[in-house]
Design a binder for this molecule. Structure first.
Ligand code: NAD
Length: 513
């Protein structure tokens, strides 16, 4: 992610501007103009104006735009890779799967399934109601949706919610992070190239001020991905306006390594989980609990593998840059706290002295405790703290000793035991013998518990989150029953009580109800 600094303005009437520099070499990479509340409101009005026409298209026509963008993305993947690397400093080998592949997959997934999922659904009613009424559930768009995104996956974290909201018939205002604005601009360019009608997708440039203005600008839903601290502010704003929001927030994902785990795979999985995206992955492995009987062997294998990793921005490298200085500060604070309280640095533990940019070496720590920030607060860096535990019960207890609950992983050769343990972990999702891959499994409802979020996204559930499900109930007797509604009488009351006794008190009635 870029280094952001304000540009000095020459007059008080000028809009605020931000200059961005590369975290790799400090070179300028562009400027953005911060959109103020009035511009945000104007954008919402434009979006509201064109929304009925967009919603009037068939779902297949709307899905057609996703297919066109998919085609453009396949052709222009180098543009995405270049843009993401320029504004984040992530390695090419991270940008390709996380930003390009996952975005293609999301566009293809929703384009293929939307028509079936959004079709009106006839549903028969229960009990005696089924003889009196019939029901159809319509999946109507909410209207105008605000999407606010963070910097760690600037292309995919925009593509996924935008595709779902658009195909459901909403118009969208996308507010990307001020430190990675260019990926969102590129996505809007792809939609423009695909011929998307004007105003259906608009990108709002700016920082927290623009995001806050969007929450207050009269949209019908906010989809927010970012930190827990900002998520709370977004929730408050949406609460005041009584609009729905989904909040995909931070995490402190635990990894539990059982005594029967395959040690080589678990060690490799720990590194992938902790260092993917230079540790700046919401579902990254942030802490490991390994059962004592295999701890020495596991730690040795982790240390051996971590020592072989290559860091840099040129050629083939495994670990990229920290995406912005604020994140480096958090990492260094957590590291200093851990070391001062007795943690042992087994690998790394410092900024990479051989590289000019914002690089922190892939790090392995042991002798850590829950008294240390590194085990309780989100670090979001390439740090792997490993704690030895007596047994699996202690591992689960410590895994749950957190205010976060986004993802978790369990490593064992016993799948049945894994499922039993998974149910005990307070987590949005659990992966067995893998790093957390839930976001990529689009069928999975994805979301956090505790301070990791509110609501779930992705899959059928996610796309329906951009709809109002409207039940339309039709009386089979064309309303004739309403003629006998009034007057009330003791005789009618007795009739209803008789029905209660029959329907909920007799065997035939229970079967019918
Ligand atoms: P952040 O909360 O600082 O910013 C996120 C977005 O919110 C940015 O676009 C920012 O400009 C905007 N914003 C800031 N103040 C706002 C306000 N008052 N109202 C509305 N919008 C406002 O988060 P970040 O540092 O960009 O992202 C990193 C965090 O995101 C980490 O905690 C990470 O775990 C989390 N994350 C979660 C998921 C998930 O799916 N759960 C995915 C990726 C990242």
């Amino acid at each position: 992610m870029a280094i952001v600094e304000p540009v000095a303005s020459t007059s008080a009437n000028e809009p605020r501007r931000l200059r961005l520099r590369s975290v790799v070499n400090n070179e300028p990479i562009g400027e953005i103009e911060v959109q103020a509340a009035a511009e945000v409101r104007a954008a919402v009005e434009r979006a509201r104006k064109v929304q009925p026409e967009w919603a009037a298209l068939s779902v297949e026509r709307r899905a057609g735009y996703l297919r066109k963008v998919l085609k453009i993305l396949v052709e222009r993947q180098e543009d995405v890779i270049e843009t993401v690397i320029r504004e984040t400093g992530k390695t090419r080998s991270e940008a390709i799967p996380m930003e390009v592949f996952a975005s293609c997959d999301a566009l293809s997934y929703y384009a293929k399934r939307a028509a079936k999922l959004l079709a009106p659904q006839k549903k028969s009613l229960h009990g005696v109601m089924r003889f009196m009424k019939k029901m159809t559930i319509l999946k109507l768009p909410l209207g105008v949706v605000g999407v606010i995104t963070p910097w760690n996956g600037p292309f995919i974290l925009a593509v996924n919610p935008v595709a779902q909201a658009l195909v459901a018939g909403n118009t969208v205002l996308l507010k990307p992070s001020e430190v990675t604005p260019f990926s969102a601009q590129l996505l809007a360019e792809f939609f423009e190239q695909a011929g998307l009608p004007e105003g259906v997708l608009q990108v709002l440039m700016g920082d927290g001020e623009t995001g806050a203005a969007l929450c207050e600008a009269g949209v019908d839903k906010i989809t927010f991905t970012g930190s827990a601290a900002t998520g709370r502010k977004v929730a408050e704003a949406c609460g005041r306006r009584l609009i729905p929001c989904t909040l995909e927030l931070g995490g402190k994902d635990p990894m539990v390594v059982c005594a029967d785990a395959d040690i080589e795979s678990a060690a490799a999985g720990a590194l992938a989980g902790a260092y993917m995206n230079t540790g700046q992955y919401c579902c990254g492995t942030e802490r490991v609990y390994v059962v004592d009987s295999i701890a020495d062997e596991f730690i040795e294998e982790v240390v051996r593998r971590a020592s072989l990793l290559r860091q840099g921005d040129t050629g083939e490298s495994d670990i990229g840059a920290i995406f912005w200085p604020r994140q480096m500060e958090i990492i260094e604070t957590h590291m200093a706290d851990a070391v001062s309280k007795g943690a042992t640095v087994r690998v790394g533990g410092r900024r990479n002295p051989a590289l000019e940019g914002l690089y922190f070496e892939p790090t392995v720590l042991t002798d850590v405790t829950h008294e240390m920030q590194i085990m309780v607060d989100e670090t979001f860096g390439p740090i792997l703290p490993i704690m030895r535990v007596r047994d699996e019960d202690e591992a689960i207890r410590l895994a749950n000793d957190s205010h976060y609950g986004l993802g978790a992983t369990i490593w064992t050769s016993d799948n049945q035991k894994a499922v039993r343990l998974a149910q005990k972990i307070e987590s949005g999702s659990v992966c067995i013998n893998d790093m957390t891959v839930t976001y990529g499994c689009l069928e999975a409802p994805f979301g956090g518990r505790k301070s990791s979020g509110v609501g779930q996204i992705n899959g059928d559930h996610g796309i329906l989150g951009y709809c109002h499900q409207l039940p339309v109930i039709v009386d089979r007797f064309k309303g004739k029953n309403s003629r006998s509604f009034y007057p009330f009488s003791a005789k009618k009351d007795e009739g209803v009580q008789k029905a209660v006794r029959f329907l909920f008190g007799s065997s035939l009635g229970k079967w019918l109800s």
